[in-house]
Design a protein around this ligand. Structure first.
Ligand SMILES: [Cu+2]
Length: 460
């Protein structure tokens, strides 16, 4: 599976090929695992049918070995350490060293064999979400197979029948195992690499965690009130930018394994939804959008041509999903004069600080400028600094960076966009003209609607 040259390439990228006991594991493909949350370069196939590989945001694709015409992968479910953003690391469960696990890329018609080794403290299974396969390969523990016991390895084998975007995740104690981050992406590329070809193809999973400030392990019983909204288990500013060349045709694929929907919103460009759970959308059925909602359990592929240079925000449009832990539960103090209160409260709570009087942006300012103490391993509610100051974001937020003259496979962050003269919003320094009110229309009778509402309440 991994030749010598690939080995050094992988090692340089922070991916480790573990030296397992060759005799005991002779029948199993080697275990390849990643140690860091950096976005890896696309994995170009060195065997099998050709395809245009995807880029996994803050992730990587799993190498395979070809065994008598069958693509063999080895997934290992295990406890992992995942850096959610600089300053915070979570104790999660994942596959092959990271959460989410590596992306699996195959080609329509491929015969695929996946070895799944369970190094978790409890049973698991893997469900290949969205695939057409024999029922006994569907991975629902109890229903279609016995659960995989800790320490055991199961084998799944099927033909990747349909091209499209898929996910994989456990179907055993899902509440716990999804809350802990066990999940990954799966791409089945079309047999014809020219079919719907794009220049840059990105994929990530929408996921969420509830990790108390100052702690490391997610609460696994949380139903809706998560406090960390992530893409591939990363929160802004930990999410890498999506770097593209001007006029590239771009595809972004996302799957939702959280407990709520996420309206993904792209600035500066219109896109079309070209792929859904069931496959590709016929061109005549697509319509232009700037936001598309992704429901729980759904996968979507959007496409556009990156015509406009710049650093374009790309984010979930639920404003609480572009914030990190802390702050969701504090009372609204907009317009509340706190000056005299502070003195009184300070007698009782020495470290009391007034905040929220003019809005919550001062939280972001304070945590940076005053070095406001936060519990260990905790991200401020809003963070990130751009070339013009605080970005005041967290969670599900990143940028689409459109640049001229990038090399074909260059995904490195090009730094902030330099706005050409005359194209940047600016402060007005003159005297604002006095507003002129149009003369009131005399004798316009005001009309009041006399409406009687139907209803059962007497006295209205
Ligand atoms: Cu959201």
């Amino acid at each position: 599976m991994v030749n010598r040259r690939d080995f050094f390439k992988l090692a340089a990228a922070g991916i480790a090929v573990s030296a397992v006991n060759k005799v005991a594991m002779a029948a199993l493909p080697e275990i390849v695992s990643a140690e860091a949350a950096t976005t890896q370069s696309p994995l170009h196939p060195n065997s099998g049918r050709p395809y245009n590989p995807v880029v996994t945001l803050n992730g990587w694709s799993l190498p395979w070995r070809m065994q008598a015409g069958v693509k063999e992968f080895h997934l290992v479910a295990e406890p992992v350490l995942r850096e959610i953003a600089p300053g915070m690391t979570a104790h999660l469960w994942g596959y092959n060293g990271q959460s989410p696990g590596p992306t699996i890329e195959v080609v329509e018609g491929d015969r695929v064999r996946i070895f799944v080794t369970n190094r978790l403290p409890e049973v698991t299974s893997v469900h290949w979400h969205g695939q057409r396969l024999p029922n006994g390969m569907d991975g629902v523990s109890g229903l279609t197979q016995p659960a995989i016991q800790p320490g055991k390895t199961f084998v799944y084998e099927f033909e990747a029948k349909r091209a499209g975007t898929f996910m994989y995740h456990p179907h055993a104690d899902e509440m716990t195992q999804l809350a802990m981050g066990l999940m990954g992406s799966w791409i089945t590329h079309p047999k014809n690499p020219k079919f719907m070809a794009v220049d840059r193809d990105f994929i990530f999973l929408l996921n969420a965690y509830d990790i108390d400030p100052g702690s490391y392990t997610p609460r696994v019983n949380t139903m809706l009130d998560f406090n960390l909204w992530t893409w591939n288990s990363r929160a802004f500013p930990g999410i890498d930018p999506l770097v593209v060349r001007k006029n590239d045709r771009v595809r972004i694929r996302a799957g939702n394994l959280t407990m709520t929907n996420h309206p993904l919103h792209l600035h500066g460009h219109e896109f079309q939804v070209t792929g859904t759970d069931g496959g590709w959308v016929p061109p005549a059925a697509r319509w232009p959008e700037v936001t598309t909602d992704i429901a729980v359990g759904q996968m979507r592929a959007i496409e556009f041509v990156a015509t406009d240079l710049g650093d374009w925000a790309f984010h979930c449009h639920k404003s609480h999903h572009t914030m990190n832990a802390m702050g969701h539960g504090v009372p609204t103090l907009l317009g509340v004069k706190q000056d005299d209160l502070v003195a009184k409260i300070s007698n009782l709570v020495p470290d009391y600080m007034a905040m929220g009087e003019t809005g919550m942006a001062d939280m972001s300012e304070m945590s940076r400028a005053m070095d406001m103490p936060l519990p260990v391993n905790t991200l401020p509610m809003m963070m990130g600094v751009g070339q013009y100051g605080a970005i005041d974001m967290g969670g599900m937020f990143s940028t689409l960076k459109v640049r001229d003259g990038l090399a074909k496979n260059d995904y490195r962050d090009p730094g902030p966009y330099r706005h050409p003269k005359g194209t940047l919003a600016y402060e007005f320094n003159g005297e604002p003209p006095s507003a002129v009110r149009p003369p009131a229309q005399a004798e316009t009778p005001s009309v009041e609607l006399q409406v009687r509402k139907p209803g059962g309440h007497s006295g209205h």
